[in-house]
Design a protein around this ligand. Structure first.
Ligand SMILES: Nc1nc(=O)c2c([nH]1)NC[C@@H]1CN(c3ccc(C(=O)N[C@@H](CCC(=O)O)C(=O)O)cc3)C=[N+]21
Length: 287
């Protein structure tokens, strides 16, 4: 029997618990967690994510502010905004929506965000902490995938996990978390030889490549748990549709459990951003 890993449902439970924890935190500290989301440019998909993030932050009981800058913003202007947010005690979490327009440096802006306000977990200090096993702020998408996997499988110890993709925002931190959970971890990527055969050995298959429906049913070991991180907008029958990196219609008949797109990893990512915001607020109030 096949199980759908319902990210919408699991994320709703995470946010519900978080709202309770937040209420308690506010009662004891007298401080409301604050999240600042920075959006440069007018990409319509980014606007949807940002709106969802602000909506969820409000549902969790946070203050949230949205900072919109025009597509031709200079590095100096963006730096000044980030520094202002770094110095604002009512802001506990800062998220700069990526990707940025070409004239802006992503590494520079990621390094400028105060590490203790870095709710994406992208600052080198947080990346290093994750690699050595003691991070407080963990990248939201991999954290969401781990919650889904633990709810589906319980203990992950000894399982062979294959991560498809090696990005700094998903593939690499995902592999670090799976290793921490005692999986045997393989990362495959565009230069990997015989990627299909390696995928077919996975007890846990995490697809994070950004290529629509690249992973076919024949790449999945029968009974494997499949987490689809891809969110790709494609035209299907003349309509705009979201599809994952996994060919869901094929993989659903082979996998033991699989997360859909939409309604899988996406909502979990936002829920984990909220978890990180509360974590950041807790840290800042205990100092
Ligand atoms: N600094 C930074 N941090 C991010 O976490 C970040 C980012 N930049 N840039 C863009 C990506 C993308 N991202 C998504 C989050 C939720 C959904 C989501 O909830 N998707 C819904 C569908 C939404 C729809 O219908 O369009 C779903 O999958 O069910 C999607 C995409 C976060 N990102």
């Amino acid at each position: 029997m096949n199980r759908l890993i319902d990210g919408k449902k699991i994320s709703a439970a995470v946010v519900e618990q978080l709202a309770l924890d937040t209420r308690e935190f506010i009662a004891t500290s007298g401080v409301t967690p604050g999240l600042a989301v920075v959006l440069v440019g007018e990409d319509p998909a980014s606007q949807v994510y940002v709106r969802n993030k602000v909506k969820q932050a409000t549902a969790a009981g946070f203050n949230s502010t949205e900072h919109r800058l025009s597509a031709d913003t200079t590095q100096a202007d963006l730096n000044a905004l980030v520094e202002q947010l770094n110095n604002d005690p009512s802001v506990h979490g800062i998220l700069v929506q990526l990707p940025l327009p070409a004239q802006l440096s992503e590494p520079d802006i990621i390094r400028l965000i105060a590490p203790h306000k870095d709710v994406d977990g992208f600052h080198p200090l947080n990346v290093g902490a994750l690699a050595s096993g003691g991070a407080d702020l963990i990248p939201c998408t991999p954290m969401g995938c781990m919650i889904m996997l633990e709810q589906t499988l319980g203990d992950l110890s000894g399982k062979h996990a294959v991560v498809v993709g090696r990005s700094n925002i998903v593939g690499k931190p995902m592999a670090a978390l799976l290793l921490q959970a005692n999986c045997t971890v393989t990362i495959v990527h565009s230069r990997t030889q015989d990627i299909e055969a390696i995928c077919r050995e996975a007890d846990i298959l995490v697809a994070a490549v950004g290529r629509p429906e690249m992973i076919k049913g024949s790449w999945v070991k029968p009974g494997a748990t499949v987490i689809d991180v891809g969110i790709n907008a494609v035209e299907k029958e003349g309509k705009r549709r979201l599809v994952g990196d996994v060919d869901f219609s094929e993989a659903v008949d082979v996998a033991g459990a699989i997360s859909p797109v939409p309604g899988g990893v996406g909502p979990m990512t936002i829920a984990c951003l909220m978890k990180n915001t509360l974590t950041a607020a807790r840290q800042q109030m205990s100092v």
